[in-house]
Design a binder for this molecule. Structure first.
Ligand code: CS2
Length: 505
């Protein structure tokens, strides 16, 4: 594995004796005894999983389940992690043999643990051929993904492949050097088919509706543009189980790096921070074998949908609502927003209003689930920034808020609470906050949304209908007067009174 220099010199930890110590295989036995570390011989682990999108979430979630599996002797399920674009994770992890720490925080308590399940890292952009070769390697039986909603290059409202997406257009023209996740998956599957190898399972771990079906649809539609035969093979042979993944993982800050370094007694260039809660529900449908993830706390089920709806419509919906409205009210983190009783009550109302559209999965109880969510959101040991969750709203709104609105309308129920969350997004994407300061809106549609806001000005009865017309997000909801009425009213309240007052019933 090529070794790079750590990017940030300031990350180097000075030991009490003045030396520099960095987390690695060699330094692992100098960790404080209290810190849990890989309980297996890493040199004997072989890769079974290639993971696309090796960000903080994957490292605080699936990689930990796999670390536990390896400790139970399932040594052929190690992970090769790939970043599609940025070399930052590679640059941080490569010099430390891909070891990293997870800091699990609740209140004043932090538990540190060093994870060893990632064996090697790739940067797809730097060497696309090598990543395709890794995925086509017969030892790879699962390719998993956390590439965020926008990484699927689909139309958020319909779940269909966006054939005009610049990365899709590029990948069709350059199948040997793709940029997108669908481009890599199809290139590697084509390679396996040509070599007479069985396909790998594609395991989406992103917060999308029916993530398995969505990725399968995107892959078959993409492949069909190049080879209908390949597309048919993917449809018939490649298993794409749906999953529900849950753990709150805020972005790692400089202060986190310093705190982890002092707990470890050595530098970790990129530790991850997480809450104690962790959940992974997986549809049991694999085409090339699977590890016994149930032995380490994951749950295999035949139908993920009720779990997915519960999580997207209760957790993620209220997360997004709190993020937009909390940000507008001047709160930097979810915990700070939740400390304001008006916002905590608003989150509770959003959950209450989502509930009639859900069938709670077996073994779960609505009131207990919601109470736990409110408690998790209030975890002040996590600096989970409202701006982080506010990112990519155009890709998140359909599965978090709009599906619930549709279902409530079909039942003849009012939609005001959800409309206020949507209005919070609208106010946010105008890129100007309540104090007139600019907002750094990060969203693939940011330019289009800003142009709409510029053309209408800050007038609820012009802005709301104009944004509702963005069909990739709202589809036919724009034409329902109950939707335009409720969203326009909520936006008018936001402009007139500000978010803090608007969330009060
Ligand atoms: C959050 C999620 O950033 C976001 O949009 O709502 O990442 C959330 O923290 C996770 O889905 C929790 O499992």
């Amino acid at each position: 594995m090529p070794v790079c220099q750590a990017k940030r010199k300031s990350q180097t930890f000075q030991t009490p004796t003045g030396g520099n110590l960095r987390l690695s295989n060699a330094s692992c036995d100098r960790l404080p005894v209290s810190i849990r570390r890989p309980a297996y011989d890493r040199a004997r682990v072989t890769p079974g999983i290639v993971h696309l999108g090796i960000g903080a979430f994957h490292r605080a979630h699936q990689a930990i389940f796999v670390d536990d599996l390896l400790a139970r002797g399932a040594m052929d399920w190690g992970i090769i992690g790939a970043s599609l674009r940025s070399p930052e994770t590679y640059e941080a992890l490569a010099p430390q043999d891909c070891l990293y720490a997870v800091a699990i925080r609740a209140g004043a308590e932090t538990e540190h643990r060093v994870i060893g399940s990632i064996l090697d890292t790739e940067v797809a952009k730097t060497n696309p051929a090598r990543l395709i070769a890794r995925m086509a390697d017969p030892r790879t039986r699962i390719v998993s993904l956390t590439v965020t909603e926008k990484g699927y290059c689909h139309i958020p409202q319909t779940g269909e492949l966006d054939q005009h997406h610049p990365d899709i257009v590029h990948d069709l023209a350059h199948p040997g050097a793709p940029r997108s996740a669908p481009g890599f998956l199809v290139a590697a599957l084509a390679r396996r088919k040509a070599a007479g190898l069985a396909p790998f399972t594609v395991l989406s771990c992103d917060n999308l509706s029916a993530n398995g079906h969505t990725v399968q649809r995107v892959l078959t539609q993409f492949a069909a543009l190049a080879s209908p035969e390949l597309s048919r093979w993917i449809e018939a042979e490649v298993a794409c189980p749906s999953t529900m993944v849950d753990r709150i993982v805020p972005e790692t800050t400089a202060a986190d790096r310093a705190a982890v370094a002092s707990a470890l007694g050595m530098t970790d260039a990129w530790p991850v921070i997480a809450e104690p809660f962790i959940q992974w529900i997986i549809e049991d449908r694999f085409c090339a074998g699977r590890p016994d993830l149930a032995a380490v706390g994951a749950q295999f089920v035949t139908d993920v949908l009720p779990f997915e709806h519960m999580k997207l419509r209760l957790l993620n919906a209220s997360h997004s609502g709190l993020a937009y409205l909390g940000y507008l009210a001047g709160y930097e983190t979810i915990a700070a927003t939740m400390a304001d009783p008006h916002f905590a009550a608003f989150a509770g109302r959003l959950m209450q209003d989502s509930a009639p559209t859900l069938t709670m999965p077996p073994g779960t109880d609505l009131a207990t689930y919601c109470a736990l969510l409110l408690q998790r959101f209030s975890n002040s040991a996590l600096q989970h920034r409202t701006s982080q969750i506010a990112m990519d709203g155009s890709q998140k709104l359909p599965q978090r808020l709009l599906g619930t609105m549709r279902d409530r309308l079909a039942k003849g129920l009012p939609i005001d609470t959800h409309a206020l969350a949507v209005a919070g997004w609208m106010r946010y994407v105008t890129a100007v906050d309540e104090q007139g300061r600019s907002i750094d809106v990060r969203d693939p549609l940011a330019k289009e949304l800003a142009a709409i806001a510029d053309s209408t000005g800050p007038l609820a009865d012009r802005l709301a209908p104009a944004l509702l017309n963005v069909s990739a997000v709202f589809g036919d909801l724009a034409h329902d007067p109950r939707v335009s009425g409720a969203v326009t009213n909520a936006l008018a309240r936001l402009y007139a009174h500000g978010a803090r007052q608007a969330v009060q019933p």
